[in-house]
Design a protein around this ligand. Structure first.
Ligand code: PXP
Length: 241
């Protein structure tokens, strides 16, 4: 069964819009867990635009499932991760101006620097994943630096799928090929970004897929249907695979 990680950053985005103390990401975490989430993802961005330092420690202390901590590979955030001790981290590229994580991390060009970060985190028994595009060279580089897993950026697939499934067929081939390469390299294969209740089915059909991390579409649906239902309905899809 494919695992569902729910990204709850957007609960904090809503809270920060008014700098209130609600809606609470801790409460959202508990609702997601109750509805069947296998893990909870939060991204502590360098600009602290949504999730705050306090949130991640409070979530970690209160949760029953696993915390997947998304982060840039910069010293400040690495030190926070070492203190927080999440179950896993996912290293992502980060640009201040971007609305969301726009592309995968270029692991290939910064193998030495990233290998050091991976080692520091793995020494604390934290599982380390790298958020990369579906590109053979990048996946191989993740294995070279001894990461445990890759999370493939499905944003391009999701954008192409908006036109039609056929329009996204080539990108689907790239993602499937990435899953094969990850397997050959001994990497756990996860995916995420831009996935929703329509485009997720073919992704779920990929062999060797361990976990999907999904945020925006679930939180958006929660506005009308409630968070518990939104998570439950996504979990229902994933549990068929
Ligand atoms: N995985 C990673 C590494 C991400 O950066 C994000 C977005 O924060 C997601 C998954 C979830 O993407 P979305 O919110 O589009 O579902």
């Amino acid at each position: 069964m494919i695992k569902l990680g729910v990204n709850i950053d957007h609960i904090a985005t809503l809270r920060q819009a008014r700098k209130e103390d609600f809606p609470s990401p801790v409460k959202a975490m508990a609702v997601c867990e109750k509805a069947g989430a296998d893990s909870i993802t939060t991204h502590l961005r360098e600009d602290r635009r949504h999730i705050q330092d306090r949130d991640v420690f409070e979530i970690k202390a209160a949760m029953q499932t696993k915390l997947n901590f998304e982060m840039a590979a910069c010293d400040e955030i690495v030190n926070i991760a070492l203190k927080l001790q999440p179950y896993s981290v996912c290293i992502v590229p980060e640009k201040r101006q971007e609305v969301t994580t726009e592309g995968g991390l270029d692991v290939f060009s910064q193998k030495d620097k990233l290998a050091e970060v991976v080692k520091k985190l793995k020494d604390k028994n934290i599982i380390v994943s790298m958020f990369v595009d579906p590109d053979e060279k990048q996946i191989q580089a993740c294995a070279d630096i001894k990461a445990d897993s890759v999370e493939i950026h499905t944003g391009k697939y999701a954008n192409l799928f908006k036109v039609s499934k056929e329009n996204a067929a080539d990108e689907m081939k790239n993602i499937k090929r990435s899953a094969e390469i990850a397997k050959e390299c001994g990497l756990i294969f996860n995916a995420g970004h831009g996935l929703d209740y329509k485009n997720v089915f073919d992704i779920c059909g990929i062999e060797n897929l361990n976990e999907l991390n999904i945020g925006f579409s679930i939180i958006a649906r929660a506005v009308f249907d409630g968070l518990e239902t939104a998570v439950f309905e996504m979990k229902k899809i994933l549990s068929k695979y």
